[in-house]
Design a protein. Structure first.
Length: 480
């Protein structure tokens, strides 16, 4: 049952996994299907139990939870809930109600599951719960002693500003050792984001150019076609900047801008990312456009005069020797024209123009390296080439690498699967650090304190017209 798809892969020791928020959206779409895919890939432990948990208002029995899980896998999983693997997985599932005031049933269920498994058993708590429920859960775990010998995965957002993040970190610290804490940012579990490390540090081809002497700009562009999808109450309090930029996009920026770590271990890797965050300049509201899609104010749970942004485009700056003067343009939003996840490194033109200007060649002649990090991911190098024929005219050409054409698709792990596996194995390299998160809230503070009014945009567009001003004299690489 636990033969990994690749013999090189490490299988975690036996585990009891407690999934808080088991009836919620995240559990249904990502975590339950992800755990089942890990089971199918032979990457769950030899012996494991998965306890779904939620407060009493969401109570259900174990049978109901098993059928809920089957539906979740059928609807959102990469493989169907059938055969021996499913039967084994289903038999490992149970459901226990846990209100923060009383974790006694949960505590008994965890102890019974550990006893059942026998020997040394890892405990993993995954807090897939809304931000306002996290503090109480952490305290309850500490109070009932379940925190001992355990690991805890915390979901973003980690607070809503510096003060709340500091408070959250203090409560976590009072109940868990830092080595037990896994703050998940699922973008860091994406294959193509981890591949940035390989692209840069395993190759000689790009890294010598990866600096202010050759790079004109960096764009991290994550437009989404989806709306807020019935998450009105959550989104009103959060908005696109907190939901996507302070978390995911800044973490991606960290991987692009970091220096080479001395190793890929959690310590050196996260130190280098942290140094980037320390040199990130606080966001100047003058370099930001906040947008709101037409009709957002009619969504359930949204105020009729809401100033929450569903779109944000901004210029960030990393003030260090490698990057000073290179703009990092970040953009994301809901109800936009396309769903894409793209990093573009725009390089300067050669110093001298040797070739005459042709009619079909682009106005700006710099090369571009484009990392498309939506699964399964691809990399495109755009360069100029001579058109065939007797003249010396240039045209654009492209070299591409597609993950799906190059490797066995069966080895793909979705971001959540990858990170849950890393947490079971105790590797924190791809998880965020409390000081880094606090620093990012410091960087965010000027915009949070002084947000300009939202500008409206039509659904299906690329955001408010003012986005051209943010990026001037450069241009957004999408949608071209
Ligand atoms: C989540 C955000 O963290 O990431 C969502 O809350 C967003 O608003 C999502 O849509 C994007 O994730 P993915 O899996 O599409 O890369």
């Amino acid at each position: 049952m636990n033969t990994p798809i690749d013999p090189d892969y490490e299988v975690p020791r036996n585990h009891v996994i407690v999934l808080f928020g088991a009836t919620g959206d995240l559990a249904k779409r990502k975590i339950i299907p992800g755990l089942f895919h890990l089971a199918s890939a032979g990457l769950l432990p030899e012996r494991y139990r998965i306890i779904g948990s939620a407060p009493s208002r969401f109570a259900m029995g174990t049978d109901a939870f098993r059928s809920y899980a089957r539906d979740a896998v059928r609807q959102f999983g990469s493989n169907q809930p059938e055969g021996d693997v499913w039967e084994h997985f289903e038999a490992s599932l149970s459901f226990v109600v846990a209100d923060p005031e009383d974790f006694s049933s949960l505590s008994r269920a965890v102890t019974a599951a550990e006893h059942d498994i026998g020997g040394t058993v890892g405990r993993l708590f995954h807090l897939a719960v809304p931000p306002d429920a996290v503090l109480a859960m952490i305290e309850a775990l500490g109070a009932c002693g379940l925190h001992e010998n355990s690991r805890v995965i915390c979901e973003k957002p980690f607070g809503v500003d510096l003060a709340s993040a500091q408070n959250l970190n203090a409560v976590i610290k009072a109940n868990f050792e830092e080595t037990q804490v896994f703050r998940i940012d699922h973008f860091l579990g994406k294959e193509s984001i981890d591949n940035i490390l390989a692209l840069r540090f395993a190759n000689r081809l790009f890294e010598p150019l990866w600096n202010r002497d050759h790079v004109r700009y960096v764009q991290i562009d994550v437009p989404e076609t989806i709306s807020i999808e019935n998450r009105g109450a959550f989104y009103e309090e959060t908005g696109a900047f907190r939901d996507m930029v302070v978390t995911h996009l800044f973490q991606v920026l960290g991987f692009i801008a970091m220096e080479q770590p001395t190793s890929l271990d959690a310590g050196p890797l996260r130190d280098e990312v942290h140094k980037v965050f320390q040199t990130l300049r606080p966001i100047d509201p003058a370099n930001v456009v906040r947008g709101q899609y037409d009709g957002y104010r009619n969504e359930h749970g949204v105020a009729p005069d809401s100033q929450t942004e569903t779109f944000v485009a901004l210029r960030a700056e990393v003030e260090n020797t490698r990057w000073k003067g290179v703009p990092f343009y970040l953009r994301t939003g809901k109800c936009l024209a396309q769903s894409r996840q793209v990093i573009t490194i725009g390089f300067d033109e050669p110093v001298m123009r040797l070739f005459p200007t042709g009619t079909s060649e682009p106005k700006w002649r710099g090369n571009k390296l484009v990392v498309d990090f939506a699964d399964p991911g691809s990399i495109h190098a755009h360069f100029l080439t001579k058109e065939p024929g007797p003249h010396m005219h240039l045209d654009s050409a492209e070299m591409t690498f597609h993950y799906q054409d190059s490797f066995r698709a069966a080895n793909n792990l979705e971001a959540y699967e990858h990170l849950i596996l890393e947490a079971m194995l105790g590797s924190r390299a791809l998880f965020t650090r409390s000081d880094g998160i606090e620093r990012l809230w410091e960087v965010a503070a000027p915009l949070l304190d002084n947000p300009q009014p939202v500008q409206f945009y039509a659904k299906g567009s690329w955001g408010p017209e003012a986005i051209a001003d943010v990026i001037e004299p450069n241009e957004w690489c999408l949608p071209q």
